[in-house]
Design a protein. Structure first.
Length: 276
């Protein structure tokens, strides 16, 4: 049985199917881990959601910022000009798909494989125990009748750092921003949610979240997406899999059940311009 992690699909159904063909995915025995952002900006969000949901226990996905945005828009928040998930919102199975999506986690950890799956990042003070607790706390709100109020207060960049003294909407916003939007932090653990370039393009006082000294999750092997300008990235304990399929890059996968990860990619036709 193979376990493959796959980077941000974002509605790019055709490249996903080509990638699955290339890795020889067999749903009778293999498992797929998705780094989140199944939907939006690409042309076939509906097909991607239906496909992943139909895989049942053979698929694990975490929530990304675009997945949460879809849920928020479905609950009445304002859509954005560049959104491309009307096919989901108008689908006859809309409610079943959205209910399935909102029950997906922000973090998945496998003791057997020794890997942790997230969409974007972990803040420096978070070890696995705390990250799991905060993910569960936020997920319980998403899955409750408080979700609509949560979506109404989800957007925003502040507070920009973790404190256990945070409560209410501020606390949830920090958790969601870290799990689904984080790329860079300052040396004090403050999130910068505006810099989106590759490492080296940022101001000197910022570092990639995974490069911060004293990060309490350094003992984990973390798989994440979200950061297309980082591209496919591998260093000990860190696997980044958003290789920019949406922008005409690649859709990438990493096999996780081998002694060392095995990487496979397929080229993607440009669906959107990063500036369009």
């Amino acid at each position: 049985m193979a376990v493959w992690a796959i980077g941000d699909v974002q509605g790019c159904y055709e490249p996903l199917q080509r990638l699955l063909g290339k890795i020889g995915f067999d749903p009778s025995r293999d498992t797929l881990w998705f780094t989140g952002d199944l939907v939006n900006r690409g042309p076939q969000s509906l097909e991607v959601l239906r496909f992943v949901r139909a895989l049942g226990e053979r698929a694990v996905t975490v929530l990304g910022n675009h997945d949460l945005h879809l849920l928020a828009v479905a609950a009445g928040q304002r859509a954005r000009k560049r959104d491309t998930f009307d096919d989901v919102l108008n689908a006859p199975d809309r409610e079943a798909l959205l209910d399935w999506l909102r029950h997906q986690p922000l973090l998945h950890h496998s003791d057997a494989l020794g890997y942790t799956l997230i969409h974007a990042g972990l803040l420096p003070p978070w070890d696995l125990e705390l990250a799991r607790r905060l993910a569960a706390e936020t997920q319980s709100v998403l899955r409750s009748d408080r979700a609509g109020d949560f979506y109404a207060h989800m957007y925003g960049d502040l507070p920009d750092r973790w404190s256990d003294k945070l409560h209410g909407h501020d606390r949830l916003r920090v958790v969601v921003n870290a799990f689904t939007r984080l790329r860079f932090c300052d040396l004090d653990g403050g999130m910068d949610l505006h810099q989106k370039g590759a490492p080296g393009s940022q101001p000197a006082d910022l570092l990639p979240w995974f490069a911060l000294p004293g990060r309490r999750s350094r003992d984990l092997r973390i798989v994440f997406g979200h950061w297309s300008t980082l591209g496919r990235y591998h260093e000990p304990g860190i696997i980044g899999l958003d290789s920019g399929c949406l922008w005409g890059g690649e859709l990438s996968a990493a096999r996780l059940d081998t002694a060392e990860p095995v990487f496979v990619s397929v080229p993607c036709p440009p669906t959107r311009s990063p500036h369009g």
